[in-house]
Ligand binder design. Structure first.
Ligand SMILES: [Zn+2]
Ligand SMILES: [Zn+2]
Length: 251
C-alpha cells in the first residue's frame, strides 16, 4: 500500500492543503483538497472516497468531484456514516448551494456501520468511532499483511478505539500545540501532550507503539507542534513525524 498525502492541514494556503489521503492512487480518505490536487483523469480513475465526518475541511471537494464525474460519465463511490450523507444532502447538494447529486446516478453513497468490516477491492476496511465534536469515524485499512489507521479528526479518550485496532502505522490528527490542550479537549482535537497520553494508553493496551504520522496541523502552529512532537518521540522512544503535502509512505 502506498499512501500519498494530498492535503495534511486544517486550513488551506498556497503551501497547505485540506485533509485528503490517497491510497494507491485509487481510494481517497477525505476529500478536502481532492479535486484541486488531481487531474481529471486521476479523478475519474478513483475507485472510492471514504469520509471520516462531515466538517467542511474534509468534504470540500466532493461536490466538484461529483460534477466532474457527472460531466464525464463517471460515478463517485462514496462511503461514510448516515450523518455525513445527511449533511451533504441537506446543506450542500440541496439544489441551492449545488446540484442535487444524490438524485442522480453519479453519486453512489454507501452508508457504513461502525465496526462492520467490509472489503473494498483488495483492502479490508473497518470504520472505528473516534471522539470529535460531531459523529466521526476513523478507518483501519489492511492489505498485503500490513495495516494503518487514519483517525480523521479526533479528540483524546481513544482507549476504546485502541482496544479494537493494532495497526503498523497510525495517521493521527494533531491540530494545535500544547498551549491549546484545553481547547483540544473541548472541541475534539489533539495536541502533542494529549498524543503522549494516548500513546501511553495504546502501549498499555497493545504492548507496542506503531509508527506515527501526524496530519491536520494548523499551519501557523506547525513549527511549535514539530518541536513538541520531537520531545514526545524522545520520551516514548517512538517514531513520530509530521506529514506534508506530497509525502508518500508505506505502512
Ligand atoms: Zn472536524
Ligand atoms: Zn478537520
Amino acid at each position: 500500500m502506498k499512501i500519498r498525502f494530498l492535503g495534511a492541514h486544517n486550513t488551506e494556503t498556497s503551501s497547505s492543503g485540506l485533509m485528503c489521503l490517497l491510497l494507491d492512487e485509487a481510494v481517497a480518505l477525505d476529500a478536502g483538497c481532492l479535486t484541486s490536487k488531481l487531474s481529471l483523469g486521476q479523478q475519474l480513475a478513483l475507485k472510492a472516497v471514504l469520509f471520516t465526518h462531515g466538517h467542511y475541511d474534509h468534504i470540500r471537494d466532493l461536490p466538484m468531484l461529483a460534477m466532474n464525474c457527472y460531466l464525464n460519465e463517471g460515478v463517485v463511490h462514496a462511503y461514510g456514516s448516515q450523518e455525513v450523507k445527511d449533511a451533504l444532502a441537506e446543506h450542500i447538494l440541496n439544489g441551492q448551494i449545488y446540484s442535487r447529486f444524490f438524485e442522480r446516478p453519479v453519486l453512489d453513497f454507501h452508508v457504513l456501520e461502525p465496526y462492520a468490516t467490509f472489503l473494498l477491492g483488495r483492502y479490508e476496511v473497518t470504520p472505528v468511532l473516534v471522539s470529535h465534536s460531531i459523529p466521526a469515524t476513523g478507518y483501519l485499512i489492511k492489505s498485503d499483511g500490513r495495516s494503518f489507521f487514519y483517525t480523521g479528526d479526533t479528540g483524546p479518550g481513544l482507549s476504546a478505539c485502541w482496544s479494537r485496532i493494532s495497526p503498523d502505522l497510525l495517521i493521527i490528527e494533531i491540530t494545535a500545540s500544547n498551549s491549546f490542550s484545553e481547547f483540544g479537549r473541548e472541541s475534539g482535537h489533539i495536541t502533542p501532550e494529549l498524543l503522549k497520553e494516548e500513546l501511553i494508553e495504546f502501549r498499555k493496551i497493545r504492548g507496542y507503539l506503531p509508527r506515527v504520522v501526524t496530519v491536520h496541523m494548523n499551519p501557523s502552529l506547525e513549527a511549535e507542534i514539530a518541536g513538541e512532537l520531537k520531545e514526545v518521540a524522545r520520551v516514548l522512544g517512538c517514531d513520530i513525524s509530521l506529514a506534508r503535502e506530497g509525502l508518500e509512505i508505506r505502512p
